[in-house]
Design a protein around this ligand. Structure first.
Ligand code: NA7
Length: 547
C-alpha cells in the first residue's frame, strides 16, 4: 500500500514492538474479525485481550446451561465461504463450549493468535495530541502506542454483583455467571442459591435444578420467557443449511435484529381472536425468537396489542406451573411481553414443580444480608453451599468505564458520557480522535455476529479511506454526533421497551447513579442503520474530519 505518511507494515517492520498502526481491545467475536480486516488492510495490528484465550463473552460466560438463543447458523461469520463450508454446528442453538470451540477454530484457521496478546488487561488509553497516537497502558505496567485505537469490548462484558450487605462474607462457593471458573463446578446434591432471573439466570436455573440437592431462586423481577425448542442438527440438515447460507445471510440483512425472524405485517388488533390465538400458538411452538421478533407488527409498540400476547404467555405459565401462587409470582406485572430482553427457556417453568426447587420473591421478603453461611431475608435465614450471582452487567457503557479513556485535552470518556453515551453511528466520539468502536453505544443491537461483522467492515473502510489519504487524525464533528444522537433518540419514541427499566435502557441498581433510564441503543433496526452507515461512506464521510 502506498501512503503519504509512514504507516508501519505488518510484514517485516519490527522497529518498535510497542508501536502499532492499530490496537484492538478484545479478542471476542468482533475483535477477532476486526484483526482479520486490519491484516487485509496491511496495517500493523495487535489485539490486547484480558483473558487467556479467544472468545470474549463465550470465553467468560461458562456457567451451566450457557448457550445461544440466536440460531447457531445465523451467529456464524459470513466473510469466508470456506469457513461456512467447513464448520458444522451440532445444535440449532449451540452451547457455550461449542461456540468457544468455533471461535478458537476461526482463530486457528486464519492464524489470528500471533497478533493477539493474552493476559493483557487495558486499564488506560490516552490520546496524545502531539504524536497523534494513543498511549495504551496495561494493568501490569506495559505500555503500547498506536495510531488507531479500536475497542471491541462487547456490550455485556462488565459484570455487576448485587449491592447487598455482606456479599464478601459468604464462606461457601460464590460465582458470578460471567466469571465462571474454568475448572468444573460441582453442584450435585448441594444447597444452591441463584440470584437473578434474566436470560442468564433462566439458563443457569434450568441446569442447576437437575442436580442440586436444594435450589433456591431469588427473583426480583420475573421476566416473560418463551420456549427455545432447541434440537440437534443432523449431517443432512447441516448440508441443507450450508446450501442456504447465502439466503439465510440475506434474510438477516432485511430484519430489524438481523435474525431470520422479522415482524408479521398484520396488527394483533385487526385479526380475529381465533386467528390471533392460532398465530400465538404457532409462534410458541416454534424455535427461537419468532415469538418476539416475528410476531404481529404492533406488539412492541402498542400496549393493547402487547396486552394480548402478554395474556397468552401468562396463560401458558399458569398451565405449566402447578402451584397457582408460584405461577403468579413468575408472571411479570410491571412490564409487557418482549419489552425486556426475552429469555428463551427449556422446561424452565416446570423446574418450579420440582420438590427440590423453591422460588423466593425478594419483593415479598427482601434480602437483608448475605451471611457467612447463606442468605438472610426478612422471612428468615437460608443456608447454602453455593451462591450463584446471575445479576447481569453494567451494559453497553460499562466496559468503557473500566478503562480510563482520555481524548483531546485529557477529557475522560466517562465524564463525556456522564449523562449517557454520545456517539456517531456507534463508531466514533467527538473529542476522541482515532478511536473507533466496534459495537459501540448507539450502534445497532441484535444478532451480535451479524452486527459485529458489519461494524468491523465499516470501521475498516473508514481506515482504508483515512490511510489512503495519509490522514493521521480522524475525528467526527460534534454536529454529526449530535445529529446521530437526535436520530437515535427519535427512533426509540413509541417503543414500549423504552418505558421499562432494563439493561437496554441503562438501568442497573448495582451501579451508582444508574437508576434513571437513558438512551443506550439504536432501535431503528438494522436496515435503517446500514443505510445511515452506507450513506456516510457514500458522502466520503462528510461528518468526519481527516487531517
Ligand atoms: P440481566 O438480564 O440484567 O438480569 C439480571 C438479573 O439479576 C435480573 O433478574 C435482576 O433483577 C437481577 N438482579 C440484579 N441485581 C439484583 C439484586 N441486587 N437483587 C436481586 N436481583 C438482582 O442479566 P443477564 O446476565 O441475565 O442477561 C444479560 C444479557 O446477556 C441478556 O439479556 C442476553 O442478551 C445475554 P431486576 O430485573 O433488575 O429486578
Amino acid at each position: 500500500m502506498t501512503t503519504a505518511v509512514q504507516f508501519l507494515k505488518s510484514d517485516g517492520d519490527s522497529s518498535s514492538t510497542a508501536d502499532y498502526d492499530a490496537i484492538v481491545i478484545g479478542a471476542g467475536v468482533s475483535g477477532l474479525y476486526q484483526l482479520y480486516k486490519l491484516r487485509e488492510l496491511g496495517l500493523k495490528a495487535l489485539v490486547l485481550e484480558k483473558g487467556s484465550r479467544v472468545g470474549g463473552t463465550w470465553y467468560w460466560n461458562r456457567y451451566p446451561g450457557a448457550r445461544f438463543d440466536s440460531e447457531s447458523w445465523t451467529y456464524i461469520y459470513s466473510f469466508s465461504k470456506e469457513l461456512l463450508d467447513e464448520w458444522k454446528w451440532t445444535e440449532h442453538f449451540a452451547t457455550q463450549p461449542e461456540t468457544e470451540r468455533y471461535l478458537n477454530y476461526v482463530a486457528d484457521k486464519f492464524d489470528l493468535r500471533r497478533d493477539i496478546q493474552f493476559g493483557s488487561e487495558v486499564i488506560a488509553a490516552h490520546y496524545i495530541e502531539e504524536t497523534r497516537k494513543w498511549e495504551i497502558l496495561l494493568s501490569d505496567g506495559r505500555k503500547y502506542h498506536a495510531t488507531f485505537l479500536i475497542t471491541a469490548i462487547g456490550i455485556l462484558s462488565a459484570s455487576t454483583l448485587p449491592r447487598i450487605k455482606g456479599v464478601e462474607t459468604f464462606a461457601g462457593e460464590a460465582y458470578h455467571t460471567a466469571q465462571w471458573p474454568h475448572e468444573p463446578v460441582n453442584l450435585a446434591g448441594k444447597r444452591v442459591a441463584v440470584i437473578g432471573t434474566g436470560s442468564t439466570g433462566v439458563q443457569t436455573i434450568q441446569e442447576a435444578a437437575k442436580v442440586a440437592g436444594q435450589l433456591t431462586v431469588f427473583q426480583r423481577t420475573p421476566n416473560w420467557c418463551a420456549p427455545l425448542h432447541n434440537t440437534k442438527i443432523t449431517d443432512e440438515e447441516m448440508e441443507q443449511i450450508r446450501a442456504r447460507y447465502p439466503e439465510i445471510m440475506a434474510r438477516c440483512q432485511e430484519t430489524p435484529g438481523c435474525f431470520v425472524h422479522g415482524p408479521d405485517p398484520r396488527s394483533a388488533l385487526e385479526v380475529t381472536p381465533e386467528v390471533r390465538e392460532a398465530f400465538f400458538e404457532k409462534l410458541y411452538s416454534e424455535p427461537g425468537f419468532g415469538i418476539w421478533y416475528g410476531n404481529f407488527r404492533d406488539i412492541l409498540v402498542d400496549s393493547d396489542a402487547n396486552a394480548l400476547i402478554s395474556d397468552f404467555v401468562a396463560r401458558k405459565i399458569r398451565e405449566r406451573v402447578k402451584d397457582p401462587k408460584v405461577a403468579d409470582r413468575l408472571i411479570p406485572k410491571n412490564h409487557g411481553f418482549g419489552t425486556r430482553r426475552l429469555p428463551l427457556e427449556t422446561r424452565y417453568y416446570e423446574v418450579y414443580n420440582q420438590p427440590n426447587v423453591e422460588l423466593v420473591d425478594v419483593n415479598e421478603t427482601p434480602i437483608q444480608e448475605i451471611t457467612p453461611t447463606g442468605i438472610r431475608t426478612s422471612a428468615g435465614e437460608y443456608e447454602f453451599d453455593v451462591i450463584i450471582y446471575a445479576t447481569g452487567f453494567n451494559a453497553i457503557t460499562g466496559a468503557f468505564e473500566q478503562i480510563d479513556i482520555r481524548g483531546v485535552g485529557g477529557r475522560s470518556l466517562k465524564d463525556a458520557w456522564a449523562s449517557g453515551p454520545q456517539t456517531y453511528l456507534g463508531f466514533l466520539v467527538a473529542g476522541f480522535p482515532n478511536m473507533m468502536m466496534v459495537m459501540g453505544p448507539h450502534g445497532g443491537v441484535g444478532n451480535f455476529t451479524r452486527f459485529a461483522e458489519f461494524n468491523a467492515n465499516w470501521v475498516s473502510e473508514l481506515l482504508r479511506f483515512a490511510v489512503a489519504r495519509g490522514a493521521t487524525r480522524v475525528e467526527v464533528t460534534q454536529e454529526a454526533e449530535k445529529r446521530w444522537f437526535g436520530h437515535v433518540a427519535d427512533s426509540g419514541i413509541g417503543l414500549l421497551s423504552n418505558s421499562v427499566d432494563s439493561w437496554m435502557t441503562g438501568v442497573n441498581s448495582n451501579v451508582e447513579g444508574r437508576s434513571a433510564r437513558r438512551v443506550m441503543r439504536y432501535s431503528g433496526g438494522f436496515p435503517a442503520f446500514r443505510e445511515y452507515c452506507e450513506a456516510a461512506t457514500r458522502d466520503n464521510y462528510a461528518g468526519i474530519k481527516f487531517e
